[in-house]
Design a protein. Structure first.
Length: 433
């Protein structure tokens, strides 16, 4: 068996350590900032990518366990997010010492990061980060997206009613903060499976909202409350809305959300507009994203984790369906998820690809469970907590794993093998980046 080194939670082989600055960049920032290869250029790239990651977590809640439990009475910030923001203080100080002006954001830091000053510091870091020189981008245009209309889904009008409610909520409660809000994935392309498919959305936060810490906090509460519409469709949904800002569009990394996906998306806001994305080379980030996936299955396999509750089972299955798109993106051929399966399959032996086919077969014959009667009204107060309670009650009766006869051990072992094969293929070129 391969021996792995645990680095910031990732399972890394010894021969992969030369690539560590692309695979686990936060480790290099913590340990080697200023050393060979971990220079100002590297720090700028890390800063902008990490800002997007923190923003995604924060506006979708990003609370501590206590915050998720007692929302809306407590709207705190998790220790992880505080730690990530403090790491960016170190990066900002390094860039300041290398001739870049971060006086605005560094002046906002205090002795500690807390729920009161988090949005203030995050906002200031965005402003300072995108004053840096941006080079070597290519403009990609997003055309106007068709508006989501429930009339186009007459067959499942009742089932999809929460999407119409989400659209109404977005236009009345989210529009002041966003320059775009999109439905993508299977509900946009009408190939969803009831009980299986989750609700995929993208929020583009306006520059004005990012610059205003108070508006950023308001958006946070409103996006978190919007999750009740997602859970009405998929009670086991494991994510909120994907987020980018207008700042990111100036130096855009497509591993956040490939621009081509807009071609298959529907606008949830009225009067959508065309937009320009200044796209940067993000091969390193795409390879790092695939490695995150590889490491996840290394961990499950090494620790022999084959028992999952309903929520984690659904999460695991969706990771498998995401694999083809992640692999193709790392390969340098980004492909819309719907078309990624047939395209990626050609690179692997039929026997090895059976694990993906196995999950696809589960998808086509998925057996879900009902939401308990009190959950939906209570979700108006705290959506995530209510639906997690719902899932735990269902788990008492065996959960979705038992209901769908899922062989988790077989799935983990075979997906571990397939992901390692994919990683070996990508490694051939990764050493040259």
């Amino acid at each position: 068996m391969n021996s792995y080194k645990r680095i910031n939670g990732f399972y890394v082989k010894k021969d992969e350590e030369p690539l560590i600055k692309y695979l686990v960049p936060e480790h290099c920032i913590d340990e080697d900032l200023g050393e060979k290869g971990i220079d100002a250029s590297y720090a700028k790239r890390f800063l902008q990518n990490e800002l997007n990651g923190i923003l995604n977590s924060f506006v979708n809640g990003g609370f501590s366990n206590k915050g998720y439990l007692f929302y809306p009475l407590i709207k705190d910030v998790s220790k992880e997010n505080k730690s990530r923001l403090m790491r960016l203080k170190k990066v900002a100080m390094f860039l300041k010492d290398n001739g870049h002006d971060f006086s605005h954001s560094l002046g906002k830091f205090r002795n500690e990061i807390n729920s009161r000053n988090f949005s203030v510091v995050l906002s200031a870091l965005y402003e300072d980060s995108y004053k840096l020189d941006i080079k070597n981008t290519k403009t990609k245009k997003k055309s106007i997206c068709k508006e989501f209309n429930i009339a186009d889904h007459k067959k499942d009008g009742n089932y999809l009613a929460p999407l119409m409610e989400l659209k109404e909520y977005a236009n009345s409660r989210l529009r002041p903060y966003l320059s775009g809000f999109y439905l993508h994935g299977s509900f946009a392309t009408k190939d969803y499976i009831k009980g299986w498919s989750d609700v995929d959305t993208l929020s583009i936060i306006s520059r004005e909202t990012i610059k205003n810490p108070k508006k950023l906090l308001e958006l946070r509460s409103r996006l978190y409350c919007a999750r009740k519409f997602f859970y009405s469709i998929d009670p086991l949904q494991h994510h909120g809305s994907m987020v980018i800002s207008e700042y990111e569009m100036e130096n855009y990394c497509q591993y956040y959300f490939p621009v081509t996906v807009f071609d298959y998306s529907l606008s949830l806001l009225k009067n959508d507009k065309a937009m320009d994305f200044k796209v940067a080379d993000c091969k390193k980030e795409a390879i790092g994203k695939l490695f995150w996936f590889v490491s996840y299955f290394r961990q499950l396999n090494c620790e022999k984790r084959y028992r999952f509750n309903s929520h984690d089972t659904k999460n695991l299955l969706h990771f498998v369906t995401l694999f083809p798109a992640l692999y193709l993106q790392a390969k340098g051929t980004p492909t819309y998820k719907k078309f990624s399966f047939d395209k990626a399959k050609k690179d692997f032996k039929e026997e090895d690809w059976k694990v993906v086919d196995y999950v696809s077969s589960l998808r086509s014959d998925w057996k879900s469970f009902v939401t308990l009667p009190l959950i939906k009204p209570l979700a108006n107060i705290n959506p995530l907590l209510c639906y997690q309670v719902n899932a735990k009650i269902i788990d008492i009766f065996g959960g979705v794993g038992k209901k769908n006869s899922i062989d988790a051990k077989r799935l983990v072992e075979n997906m571990f093998s397939l992901s390692e094969q994919a990683w070996r293929k990508i490694r051939k070129n990764a050493d040259k980046i």
